[in-house]
Design a protein around this ligand. Structure first.
Ligand SMILES: NC(=O)c1ccc[n+]([C@@H]2O[C@H](COP(=O)([O-])OP(=O)(O)OC[C@H]3O[C@@H](n4cnc5c(N)ncnc54)[C@H](OP(=O)(O)O)[C@@H]3O)[C@@H](O)[C@H]2O)c1
Ligand SMILES: *[C@@H]1O[C@H](CO)[C@@H](O)[C@H](O)[C@H]1NC(C)=O
Length: 305
């Protein structure tokens, strides 16, 4: 028994390692050359970095967000970096008609679509849940419903091109995080919708890949401003994060974890030691404010008159 295990376990390890490496195709930048790609929320942060990587790889890029002045600058930079073409549409994803309009614009100007990268998020607060139901509804519209609306509009083009949908989510969309209750709800909703849709694509032989991206703490301005003082972890670089997302998308992965060590590994605990995982998540926050550290967001009263 003991000896059998000593032989069997390393053998299984070798077989798994071989399978893992041989079955995995490698990423090449040419995979995205000439591809027609929409990136939402590309005026700043990870979306902006994805646009620059796509530009270097020679893609046709259509970006969107609300702030026209920033989009203009990102488009200019994309053209300098070598994009096959680059354009923007500005507007708010609170409006489903606008979400659909962005897809129509890709059809009109690019004649089709190979990749839909859904990345934008509306502004929320970082603090205890304040009981504002209206805010939860609004955030669901921006972070979730507009993703659904764009997917529905883009699907005919994506079926035609055997394209890809990329959904940028978060650790907060896989496990409960404190101080991001409305945001977390919208990210869990994305997992439900797109994982379920992936199953139907598989049953119906619809060859459109769906890559759900589970990100940890990334060094974008918004995230660092909101959580930097309270989170004990170092944020990961946004440019590398953006490249990993594009690699996962080009390889048609089901899910993408970045960084692996701080996302995939802790999530292995979720199904059999959920309370331990909850504890580990809480322990990443500096909540005591001791030693002159930052204090936690003030807990509001949940009762509203
Ligand atoms: N940074 C992190 O630590 C982290 C961690 C996990 C997951 N993520 C995920 O990564 C993605 C990108 O995050 P990020 O940190 O790069 O965010 P960011 O820098 O705040 O960028 C958000 C983008 O969304 C746009 N946007 C905001 N409200 C909008 C609206 N109502 N309509 C249309 N566009 C709107 C913003 O542009 P305008 O203001 O010009 O509209 C901006 O381009 C998000 O899905 C986020 O949940 C980030
Ligand atoms: C699905 O589409 C991809 C990209 O066009 C292609 O490489 C793959 O062979 C297709 N798979 C099937 C089963 O048709």
């Amino acid at each position: 028994m003991g000896r059998l295990q000593k032989i069997l376990i390393p053998f299984l390890g070798l077989v798994l390692a071989f399978w893992f490496y041989s079955a995995r195709e490698n990423f090449k930048p040419e995979m995205l050359k000439g591809k027609r790609v929409i990136v939402t929320g590309a005026s700043t942060g990870i979306g902006e970095q994805m646009a620059y990587h796509l530009a270097r790889m020679g893609s046709h890029i259509l970006i969107t967000a609300r702030t026209e002045a920033k989009l203009q600058k990102v488009v200019e930079r994309c053209l300098e970096l070598g994009a096959a073409s680059a354009r923007y549409v500005s507007g708010t994803m609170e409006d489903m008609a606008f979400a659909e309009h962005v897809v129509k614009e890709a059809e009109a100007s690019l004649g089709g679509l190979d990749m839909l990268i859904l990345n934008h998020v509306g502004t929320s607060y970082f603090g205890y849940f304040d009981g504002d139901v209206g805010h939860v509804r609004k955030l669901l519209e921006i972070n979730f419903l507009s993703y659904v609306a764009m997917t529905v509009s883009a699907l005919p083009m994506l079926k035609e091109s055997e394209g890809s949908i990329v959904v940028v989510s978060s650790m907060a969309g896989k496990v409960g995080f404190p101080f991001t209750v409305p945001y977390s709800a919208t990210k869990f909703a994305l997992d439900g919708f797109f994982s379920s849709l992936r199953q139907e694509f598989s049953i119906q032989s619809v060859n459109v890949s769906i890559t759900l991206c589970i990100l940890g703490f990334i060094d974008t301005e918004r995230a660092v401003r909101a959580a930097g003082a309270l989170l004990a972890a170092e944020p990961a670089p946004r440019a590398e994060c953006a490249l990993e997302i594009l690699k996962g998308a080009a390889l048609r992965r089901r899910e993408l974890y970045y960084r692996y060590g701080s996302t995939r590994l802790p999530l292995l605990l979720r199904d059999w030691a959920a309370e331990l995982l909850d504890y580990l998540v809480r322990s990443r926050y500096r909540l005591d404010g001791a030693g002159g550290g930052p204090s936690p967001p003030a807990p509001p009263s949940l009762s509203r008159n």
